[in-house]
Write a protein of this length. Structure first.
Length: 324
């Protein structure tokens, strides 16, 4: 009996020590992740102003004069995805407003909230109203395309049309390989994993990840800072990016089933060699169910706002003109 008691105590002690070591390791990873995140914030500071709307505090840049155009970025992105090269080509003739989606870049959601696609669309609509923008053209890249489509379905009178750049528009069975880590697990466990391991792992693999997102085009060496890519490597941002993936999986079937009711002018631009989203599924199929929608294809991959700024700017201008 005494031997059994001693063995139980020994086993219990080992388990306790193991749990203590695990807790220390988790705490150390969390501290490292926060430190890396602060370093990235110092390298990529906020560029614009902040505006409080229902459920979120939105960071946005507001430049130029003329008829307005609003830009909504994709998964893990932020406003510098557009200011890298694209918006400067449009500022001479337009008022340009680029916004960080809630939970991305420097925009934050209200405590306890994880806005889904529809809620993010409402936040963008509130920004348009608060800035008193007169029926802007709404430009959405990648996941920002889904947010833009949701806004067009819910508040069509608020905008003049859509210009969608390599947009997510249809349900997908599989997550692109570069984003599968974000989709791993569910609930609090997933959040803890991303807030501890996510940033260090992302830092180690950032070159490969960037190449995958830009493929088959080369990824610019300065995209981390000039394009804002480093801001995705923060614990909070990775956690919200995972929530965005889950929201897209849940909402895209219902969203896509309503495209036939859209009566706004819709223009879609895709790089022919997009390695993340299929131009046929997300471009041709979607254009086929929206009355009057136009699909254009150019040379390039998924990040055409960065890699093909001249062609993309011409497309946006043409979309603006046809939505008059």
């Amino acid at each position: 009996m005494a031997e059994t008691t001693r063995a139980t105590r020994t086993t219990g002690g080992r388990i306790a020590r193991g749990l203590g070591i695990a807790a220390l390791g988790t705490g150390a990873l969390a501290l490292l992740s926060e430190a890396l995140g602060r370093t990235h914030e110092a390298q990529v500071p906020a560029d614009g102003a902040f505006l409080d709307v229902d459920g979120a505090r939105l960071h946005h840049v507001d430049r130029g004069k003329g008829p307005p155009i609003v830009f909504v970025h994709g998964l893990g992105g932020q406003v510098r995805n557009f200011t890298y090269a694209l918006t400067e080509r449009l500022e001479g003739h337009h008022r340009i407003v680029a916004v960080d989606r809630p939970g991305s870049g420097y925009s934050v959601a209200a405590p306890g909230k994880r806005p889904d696609i529809a809620e993010q669309a409402r936040a963008v609509a509130a920004l348009i109203e608060r800035l008193e923008l007169d029926r802007p053209l709404l430009v959405g890249h990648s996941l920002g395309g889904a947010v833009s489509l949701a806004l067009a379905l819910e508040r069509p009178a608020l905008i003049r049309g859509l210009a969608l750049l390599a947009p997510l528009t249809q349900p997908m069975d599989d997550v692109p390989e570069v984003f599968r880590f974000l989709a791993a697990g569910a609930g609090p466990g997933r959040s803890l994993l991303l807030r501890t391991l996510g940033v260090p792992l992302g830092k180690l693999t950032q070159k490969q990840s960037r190449e995958a997102v830009f493929a088959p085009e080369p990824a610019p060496d300065d995209f981390g800072v000039r394009g804002g890519g480093l801001l995705a490597l923060r614990p909070r941002n990775m956690d919200f990016a995972a929530s965005d993936l889950l929201a897209a999986h849940a909402e895209m079937p219902g969203l896509s089933s309503r495209y036939g009711t859209i009566r706004l002018p819709v223009s879609i631009l895709y790089g022919r060699d997009d390695a993340l989203l299929d131009p046929n599924l997300h471009g041709e199929v979607t254009a086929g169910v929206i009355a009057g929608a136009r699909l254009s294809l150019i040379a390039g991959g998924h990040m055409i706002p960065v890699t093909q700024p001249d062609a993309t700017a011409r497309f946006v201008e043409e979309a603006f003109e046809r939505s008059a």
